[in-house]
Design a protein around this ligand. Structure first.
Ligand code: HAS
Length: 556
């Protein structure tokens, strides 16, 4: 089966209106959530840095919860589903079949309703439980139901992509799924597996307990189920960014996809390895035998491999493109990359940030080193580099061509310049904020805490200058976010009409895609086996030898 040269002669494919509307509806809700999250983020950053004091009716933990839920859960999920739907449509002929669109819209409505329910509860002060909603902190049941609707809605989005790809496959027997559509399916398969954990936690534990139908909760079990979901969640954020790096970036820089098969292999490895690793978030939790933690650490270090493959492939793509444009010598090709193009430059800054971000992840995953950084603000610095920089900047870079493509407009030189300025502001803000967080974390500054000087303890007072730098970084990030939102509004409603290309790279050479790569039952079964090996015994153990149940507490 030769890999489909999905882009040949197809660079001027325009998504039809129904597909474009579905994708755009997701992307716009994503940026609305992003804008709101940015306001909460700045408020919380200034309060944490001691620059302002929030009023009692809008306290730090409430704002922190809103920031986390809106940024980490809503902005990402809506954007990812909108982008992946567009990718499936783009590479399977420019449209989505009616059943796929129907599923997509059902999903969108469920997610919007869930979002509104959760928002009301957070704003009413009934759910200041942060984005990880750890028990035994107890929120209103309607917050959990809202979260459940968000997840169920996202499942429907995934079903829509499965149906669209399946229909394409039936019409194109023997051909491998186009790379971008394959990546969309792989991401949503990973998501279906990951969300089993949080669905069980929310439906069987949190909702009955928060309604008062059961008096107590098994906290250890709830944390295990949360982190069963929590780590693959980060790859649900990352894989669409990787899809952009693998497939769209080569076209933008005038190059080729280094290897179609390598890209597919890395996505499949994520499906296999991203779930059975959750204990690396619980290395310091009691009640989990150390040998199981060790096993999860080993698998965590294995899930680093597809990221290293991605880094290798990106360097190769850049070098090939630069040399094809006449770059010579060891690094001459580097200068030939299109540095003034926001569609490339902005995600590139994300890639650069992902090098220390990923290295920090490897530090976290190392049992002994995690003892130093766990529950410190280092971890907050880690995820602002990974999801807040690598992933978010890639999503910004996608928006610059995706939104005008969907709205039938053009990315103008002015919007491109605004994108570059935005990236510098965002990147500088992140450098200041995340850099300070990493350093303060090493000094032992805890995360998830409001401003305090610990009764003017000299050690805590010595942290304050850097907490101020964090706040300055937060203000820059807010300014960057507002530039981004302004650009999104411009590209959606005001940019001149025209055709903006949806860039899809061609593979550098024709490759045989192994048949196994699309045997989803086999791949999912392999993933299930690994999950059973990693989780079955500890889960049974924590149910059979359950710790005493905890009643709900309200810490805010
Ligand atoms: Fe993480 C905690 C381990 C990746 C997000 N992580 C978190 C939390 C979040 C998060 C949100 O083991 C906090 C959860 C909470 O609230 O408690 N993480 C890892 C590891 C990786 C990793 C091993 N994390 C991510 C990604 C995230 C993310 C991706 C979001 C998108 N993480 C942990 C651990 C914890 C944790 C522990 C718990 C800590 C604790 O104590 O609580 C790996 O997947 C990272 C691999 C990445 C690389 C980098 C590859 C580089 C590439 C770029 C190439 C650049 C180019 C440009 C080509 C090895 C692909 C070059 C140009 C030049 C000019 C140089």
């Amino acid at each position: 089966m030769p890999a489909e040269s999905q882009a040949v002669g197809l660079q001027n494919v325009q998504l039809d209106r129904p597909a474009a509307r579905l994708s755009l509806a997701h992307v716009l809700v994503a940026f609305l959530a992003f804008g709101i999250a940015a306001i909460f983020g700045m408020l919380q950053g200034l309060d944490r840095g001691g620059v302002i004091t929030l009023p009692k009716w809008l306290n730090y933990y409430q704002v922190l919860t809103a920031h986390g839920v809106y940024m980490a859960l809503l902005f990402t999920t809506f954007f990812i589903i909108g982008f992946l739907f567009s990718g499936v449509a783009r590479t399977t002929g420019g449209s989505l079949p009616a059943p796929a669109r129907r599923l997509g819209w059902i999903g969108w409505w469920l997610m919007v309703i869930g979002t509104l329910m959760a928002t009301v509860e957070v704003l009413a002060g009934n759910a200041s439980v942060l984005y990880t909603f750890y028990a035994p902190m107890k929120a209103s049941p309607y917050f959990y139901i809202g979260a459940a609707l968000l997840v169920v809605g996202s499942w429907f989005g995934g079903y829509g992509m499965f149906v669209a790809t399946h229909i394409w496959k039936k019409k194109n027997r023997g051909k491998p799924t186009p790379l971008l559509a394959f990546m969309a399916v792989a991401t949503m398969v990973l998501w279906q597996i990951a969300t089993i954990g949080v669905a069980l936690e929310v439906l069987l534990q949190l909702i009955p307990w928060s309604f008062g139908w059961v008096p107590t909760i098994n906290v250890l079990l709830s944390r295990m189920l949360l982190w069963f979901f929590g780590h693959p969640l980060v790859y649900f954020w990352l894989l669409p960014a990787y899809a952009m790096w693998y497939v769209n970036i080569p076209r933008i820089i005038g190059g080729k996809v280094f290897s179609d098969t390598l890209a597919r292999t890395s996505f499949l490895l994520f499906i296999l390895l991203s779930t059975p690793v959750g204990f690396h978030h619980q290395l310091l939790d009691p009640g989990i035998p150390p040998q199981w933690k060790f096993f999860h650490v080993v698998l965590t270090l294995m899930v680093v491999v597809p990221s290293l493959m991605t880094a290798f492939s990106l360097f190769a793509t850049f070098e090939m493109a630069g040399r094809a444009k006449g770059g010579t010598g060891l690094f001459g090709w580097f200068k030939k990359l299109p540095w003034g193009d926001a569609r490339f430059m902005v995600p590139f800054m994300g890639m650069v940030a992902f090098i220390p971000g990923g290295a920090g992840g490897i530090v976290n995953a190392s049992y002994q080193l995690d003892e130093v950084v766990h529950n410190t603000i280092w971890v907050t610095g880690h995820f602002h580099l990974t999801v807040g920089t690598a992933v978010a900047m890639t999503f910004f870079g996608i928006a610059y061509w995706l939104i005008p493509h969907l709205t039938g407009r053009k990315l103008t030189p002015a919007a491109n310049r605004a994108g570059l300025i935005q990236a510098v502001v965002w990147g500088t803000g992140m450098l200041l904020m995340s850099g300070s967080m990493h350093y303060l974390g090493l000094l032992g500054v805890p995360r998830r805490t409001a401003y305090t000087t610990y009764m003017n303890d000299p050690t805590a007072l010595s942290w304050m200058p850097l907490q101020g730098v964090m706040a300055v970084g937060g203000v820059l990030l807010f300014i960057g976010a507002m530039i981004m939102v302004g650009n999104v509004i411009y590209l959606t409603w005001f940019a001149p009409k025209g055709f903006e290309e949806y860039p899809v790279g061609e593979p550098a050479q024709q490759e045989e895609v192994p048949r196994l790569y699309e045997r989803w039952p086999v791949i999912i079964s392999l993933a299930a086996v690994l999950i059973l090996v990693a989780y079955a015994y500890p889960l049974i153990d924590v149910i059979q030898n359950a710790p005493p149940g905890a009643p709900g507490i309200r810490t805010w």
